[in-house]
Design a protein around this ligand. Structure first.
Ligand SMILES: Nc1nc2c(ncn2[C@@H]2O[C@@H]3COP(=O)(O)O[C@H]4[C@@H](O)[C@H](n5cnc6c(=O)[nH]c(N)nc65)O[C@@H]4COP(=O)(O)O[C@H]3[C@H]2O)c(=O)[nH]1
Length: 828
């Protein structure tokens, strides 16, 4: 893709250059620059180029672009070269295209001028490329003309060059030979080796001659270390080749001795580099500039599991773990292309699927022209290092015995939560827990057993607490719990209760012995008992000590009044759990009447709880608690079933009523099996749906109103009447009221209480009646205590009433006045 447009001024300069070169070499030259759509447009062309040649170039280039810019193509009798022009960072900035005709007749010499042109073009177009074009004499066909004699030619070489005839006499030698042998040409030419050297050396040289003659081709006859005239040790190599005349007869031997020190050095370097490459502990992968793997080392295979054969030609993205987002690799490539190097950590995937972290350095390797040629990545598997770091982190922040956060981690989390609670204006609680008499357990049963108990306790506590609570082991037998975002002391008491339940089961030890434990707890609340993590923990600790003083197996709030409140709450909670089992609940029924003629039309079932110890507890107190501790579902079903059984009993006794209404808590409605439960209770008890009414509160619409509307419609379709209780006290969304399949609105008793004297309540009562009637709903007023209230409601069109004025909620057997008896036998 074209990364940088070339300026018009530069293009004009190149146009002149292109004309110049094409005239010089009789070639067609075009420079293409890609446009934004990544298709190219011709920018500079040589004067001589015709449309046909240009089209030929373009067709061939298009094909090459599709093949990712390979650099040469042949078309018919024309050889077309495409030279990619890259910026020093490796970006393609354009393509220079040039062609020569009649390649059959001038294939070999043509190659050289073309190379020169390529070089020259590259020099012209890229500042990064510096090439010196030699002054070569080029004929029309492009062949290079040389005007030299053999002696001056061989004298130009540093290598020793000589020729011997078939008699073994030297016929030619160059200047280097004279220097090396410390003899003049005249002293050498016409002499044999025996005449020039000692016997051993002469034999050795003759043996080399024979070797080349017998082989019939150029052979290396010796490779050894010698001392040169400057007493430097050098590696030299001697090659010899037989010379034959036009008839094929042997006419002599040509020899050349050359200094191969550089070659040797490079060879040694190569061997060394290859050894380092293969034996490196780090994995090494080399790719070409397109990203195809060209080489890997053994460590790569050891780390990734892939053999050389499996990865050659593949892209390293085959190791991608999917753990890094796209932007990660975009940044990596950006750095690599701009800076030539990238270092960082990457998660890759081994052949067998496991992902692992590696520390990796990727470097771009440039060629002489500063084009990127390869990428080399060197990486180390740092899984072990990561694991160690993780272990160290664990040691610093977690208790090694229980794996719970330690004091340091707890305090840091507490600090964060305090800050959060401060911003959100919320409360949070800290429970400081200490196991009673744990020292005795350690002393009598040993520390191993003590540890076992602590581990088991940590597990039980983690299980009992909610996912949002933070449990930690502070030290020894001290634990702490942070409860973020509490709604008053009630929710803390619930957590305390859950923690206490953990101690109800004995702890079974390895030797099948069992121990019963208790704990003392202290509670501090943010912000009333401390406004930072230190004061909160300190005060929770102080409260725990007070709980211990109060006889252990106990808990205390930092603020004493809270402790009292919590004790009452906990007692109530425990008793409520027992009430269903012990059958301590019963129902009373309050009659509802038609206001116009005061004829009874039904009853509201209301629950009562009579606890043998705590006495009568009003529903206003225990229903919210039952909702909090999740008992409302069971209690609600018990009420519904009991009311239905009562309804059936009245009907079978021939007593008539329109409907019995039952209160439904919003938590009941939120269960998706509520409708099914109602249906099965009606079936089980035999009460016809037309005798049942459900009173729901507005607040039930607060969560998932669509699901609630769907369920209420199902209930309505069954024939059950639905009314909205306490209308006006809460949510009151007309939007939902409009959509709900309800029959009645109930004016809350708080609005009825002061009518007709309180102007606000009077206005609200009138508005609810008007609104309800506008929506075709019946209006019932509850808590009617006075004739004045009844008159007001009648005057303003209220349909139904209930209240102490007519009857208090009563036991079924006390309600005969409100249950007219049918004289005829009637089936239900
Ligand atoms: N001051 C005064 N009060 C009157 C008068 N007439 C009726 N009441 C009282 O007003 C409450 C009416 O029930 P609610 O608004 O549904 O309010 C109920 C209802 O929200 C809840 N509740 C009672 N039974 C159940 C039940 O079975 N299930 C559910 N979910 N909630 C129930 O407890 C609340 C209180 O119930 P209760 O104490 O039985 O109190 C009843 C009833 O005894 C009156 O003229 N003056």
């Amino acid at each position: 893709m074209l990364k940088k447009a070339i300026s018009q001024a530069k293009l004009r300069e190149w146009q002149l250059e292109i004309n110049d070169i094409s005239a010089e070499f009789h070639l067609a030259i075009i420079f293409y620059q890609f446009n934004a759509e990544n298709s190219f447009e011709a920018i500079c062309t040589s004067h001589s180029i015709d449309k046909k040649t240009q089209l030929l170039h373009e067709a061939s280039l298009l094909k090459l672009v599709a093949q990712h810019h390979s650099e040469k193509s042949a078309k018919q009798d024309t050889l077309i070269f495409h030279q990619l022009l890259r910026s020093p960072q490796g970006h393609i900035i354009g393509v220079i295209s040039f062609s020569a005709k009649n390649i059959e007749s001038s294939q070999v010499p043509l190659f050289q001028p073309l190379t020169i042109i390529q070089t020259r073009i590259a020099n012209m177009l890229s500042n990064a490329i510096r090439y010196q074009i030699n002054d070569l004499d080029v004929d029309a066909k492009g062949s290079v003309l040389l005007d030299i004699n053999l002696q001056s030619f061989i004298d130009a070489f540093d290598e020793h060059i000589w020729v011997k005839d078939t008699l073994g006499q030297y016929v030619v030698c160059n200047k280097s030979v004279e220097l090396a042998w410390q003899k003049t040409k005249q002293q050498i030419v016409g002499k044999t080796d025996i005449e020039l050297f000692d016997q051993r050396t002469a034999d050795e040289f003759l043996e080399g001659d024979n070797l080349a003659i017998n082989a019939g081709k150029t052979v290396v006859v010796s490779e050894c270390q010698e001392v040169d005239i400057d007493f430097n040790k050098v590696w030299i190599e001697t090659i010899k080749s037989p010379i034959r005349n036009a008839q094929g007869d042997l006419s002599g031997v040509i020899g050349m001795t050359r200094n191969i020190a550089k070659h040797k050095e490079a060879e040694e370097q190569l061997v060394l580099a290859a050894n380092v490459f293969q034996n490196a502990v780090e994995g090494v992968v080399i790719t070409d500039r397109e990203g195809n793997i060209t080489e890997i080392n053994q460590a790569f295979t050891d780390i990734t599991g892939y053999s050389r054969e499996e990865v050659l030609g593949q892209n390293p993205r085959m190791l991608n773990s999917g753990r890094h987002p796209k932007i990660f690799f975009e940044r990596l490539w950006n750095t690599l292309l701009v800076q030539g190097k990238w270092h960082g950590e990457i998660w890759n995937r081994r052949k067998h699927g496991a992902i692992f972290p590696q520390s990796i350095t990727i470097s771009a390797v440039y060629d002489k022209l500063n084009f990127i040629q390869y990428y080399v990545a060197v990486f180390a598997d740092i899984s072990a290092q990561k694991q160690n770091e993780e272990k160290l982190k664990n040691l610093a922040y977690f208790d090694p015995l229980t794996q719970l956060p330690n004091r340091m981690q707890f305090m840091s989390l507490l600090e964060q939560e305090v800050n959060h609670a401060h911003r959100a204006k919320k409360q949070l609680a800290i429970i400081f827990l200490d196991i009673d008499f744990f020292k005795q357990i350690n002393d009598s049963l040993g520390h191993m057993i003590g540890d076992e108990i602590l581990i088991e306790l940590a597990k039980r506590l983690s299980y009992a607490l909610s996912d949002f609570d933070v449990l930690s082991r502070l030290s020894g037998d001290e634990f702490s719990v942070m409860i973020p975002s509490i709604m008053g002391t009630d929710s803390v008491t619930l957590s305390v209760d859950r923690i206490r339940s953990v101690f109800e089961r004995p702890f079974i030890l390895d030797n099948s012995q069992s121990v019963r434990l208790t704990a003392s707890m202290g509670i501090a609340i943010y912000p009333s008992d401390g406004d930072d993590q230190d004061s909160l923990l300190r005060n929770a600790d102080a409260a725990m000590h007070r709980a211990k003083l109060n006889g252990r197996n106990n808990y205390a709030f930092y603020t004493e009044s809270m402790t009292k409140q919590a004790v009452v709450q906990l007692k109530l909670q425990t008793a409520l759990h027992q009430a269903l089992v012990n059958k301590d609940f019963y129902l009373v029924y309050q009659p509802k009447l038609t206001l116009s003629d005061l004829t009874p039309c039904g009853f509201e079932a209301l629950i009562r709880w009579s606890d043998p110890v705590l006495g009568n507890i009003p529903p206003g107190e225990f229903i919210p608690l039952a909702e909090k501790i999740g008992l409302i579902w069971d209690i609600g079903l018990w009420v519904l079933k009991t009311a239905c059984i009562q309804g059936v009993e009245w009907l079978t006794q021939g007593k008539t009523f329109e409907r019995i209404s039952v209160n439904v808590a919003s938590l009941q409605l939120q269960r998706n099996d509520f409708v099914d439960k109602v249906r099965s209770i009606l079936l089980e008890t035999g009460l016809p749906a037309k005798h049942l009414e459900l009173e729901v509160t507005e607040s039930c619409m607060m969560q998932d109103p669509d699901a609630i509307i769907r369920d209420l419609k199902l209930l309505g379709a069954m024939g059950i009447a639905l009314s909205i209780d306490d209308f006006g006290t809460g949510y009151s969304s007309l939007n939902y009221i409009k959509k709900l399949p309800i029959d009645k609105l109930k004016i809350d008793q708080s609005f009825v209480r002061d009518i007709p004297h309180d102007p606000n309540n009077t206005a609200i009562a009138k508005a609810v009646i008007a609104l309800g009637h506008a929506l075709n709903l019946q209006i019932i007023a509850e808590g009617v205590e006075t004739a004045e209230q009844a008159d007001f409601l009648r005057l303003h069109g209220c349909d139904l009433v209930q209240g102490y004025l007519f009857s208090k909620p009563r036991l079924p057997e006390e309600l005969n006045d409100f249950l007219p008896v049918f004289t005829q036998n009637k089936t239900i």
